[in-house]
Design a protein around this ligand. Structure first.
Ligand SMILES: Cc1cc2nc3c(=O)[nH]c(=O)nc-3n(C[C@H](O)[C@H](O)[C@H](O)COP(=O)(O)OP(=O)(O)OC[C@H]3O[C@@H](n4cnc5c(N)ncnc54)[C@H](O)[C@@H]3O)c2cc1C
Length: 326
């Protein structure tokens, strides 16, 4: 049994945790946030709550399809039955796809809570600022000057910009991180006193918006009318540094144009800027490894831009590490 550290409790880190734990290793998981899940986040404002990052999961690979089935049987996820629509040239139409979309229960972070394992410590609210490979293994330091280790192996599951500073001992991997461009996404959350006359899920193909969803149409959510309004990635990049009030106003105007709603009655407004929402182009390597140092790096940006990509990447990182640890 080896002691292994995982930095980042997103989908990739959690999937790596399961592979390593199943092989009998002892894991310590770190995250800078208060909870797990990373971009599979939930936001609460007053009594209202929304899935603020990833909206749903779907499978392209048989491995992830099998995993979704298992989670569904355990009640950790459920089908989101909304009929997808698209908004193009001022027209709203069903996309006609019959893709199975799943959501965490009773919110996206619900799945990440289930994937944490009580047998392995989760050290949250702890930002790791350096990782040093010494003769006895990996030593980690947090921004509040705590030291952790030694660990026989290390997995880093953070966006590439946050992984690069932790890769001082592997300059080759550091360079690969620096090549990955992550796209931003402005996201506006709000509640309304009445139901809007709009489909539950709309992929928007023009203007500032990219995707909108009625959060309360997902299974297990509160009944109140709650909307997630995501800007498109190109628009988000163009407005990445615009004043928040201006961004909010433009997103509200675009949503009004599309829905015809009177948004003066909107409440619980919350605007969030995801600086590293998804990779513009993922590396497709699965995971980055430096097995001489028992080190692997994972995340959607190493595989493909989705929760499925993150899950597959975490598995790849962990199975690679197992070849040198066993
Ligand atoms: C707005 C938005 C909408 C999306 N919609 C969808 C969707 O509908 N379907 C879909 O499949 N995907 C969607 N995605 C993409 C999906 O969320 C990601 O692909 C996936 O969550 C990435 O998981 P990850 O484990 O690679 O990284 P992350 O979830 O980013 O996890 C990385 C973790 O590392 C932690 N961390 C970072 N630096 C440090 C540090 N120094 N020390 C300690 N911890 C650290 C972070 O706090 C975070 O928890 C969306 C993403 C966004 C932002």
């Amino acid at each position: 049994m080896a002691e292994i550290a995982i930095i980042g409790a997103g989908m990739a880190g959690l999937s790596a945790l399961h592979v390593l734990a199943a092989a009998g290793h002892q894991i310590t998981l770190f995250d800078k946030s208060r909870g797990s899940g990373g971009r599979m986040a939930t936001k609460k404002v007053g009594d209202a709550s929304w899935d603020m990052g990833a909206q749903f999961m779907r499978a392209h690979s048989p491995e992830f399809a099998g995993q979704l089935q298992t989670w569904q049987q355990r009640g950790w996820i459920a089908r989101w039955q909304a009929e997808p629509h698209e908004w193009r040239q001022g027209q709203l139409r069903p996309t006609g796809d019959n893709i199975e979309r799943f959501v965490g229960m009773p919110r996206m972070t619900g799945l990440s809570r289930q994937l944490l394992s009580s047998a392995h410590p989760f050290i949250d609210s702890t930002r790791i600022i350096s990782a040093a490979n010494q003769a006895d293994g990996w030593h980690l330091r947090s921004d509040d000057e705590r030291d952790f280790g030694p660990f026989a192996g290390l997995i880093i599951n953070t966006p590439p910009q946050q992984a690069a500073p932790l890769l001082a001992s592997s300059p080759g991997l550091q360079q690969q991180c620096e090549q990955v461009d992550m796209l931003p996404c402005w996201t506006l959350l709000l509640t309304l006193p009445q139901r809007l006359n709009l489909p539950d899920m709309v992929f928007v193909k023009e203007g500032p918006l990219g995707f909108i969803a009625r959060n309360n149409s997902k299974p297990g959510r509160d009944a109140g009318e709650a909307w997630v309004i995501q800007a498109g990635h190109d628009w988000s990049r163009q407005h990445a540094d615009s004043p928040r009030e201006q961004v909010q106003q433009q997103l509200l105007e675009a949503f009004t144009d599309l829905s015809g709603a009177d948004l003066r009655v909107a409440a619980n407004l919350w605007l969030h800027r995801w600086l590293y929402a998804i990779p513009a182009k993922a590396l497709t390597l699965g995971a980055l490894t430096d097995l001489q140092h028992n080190l692997a790096v994972c995340g959607d940006w190493c595989h493909s831009p989705s929760l499925e990509g993150a899950w597959l990447s975490g598995r790849r990182a962990a199975t690679s590490l197992l070849t040198t640890l066993n």
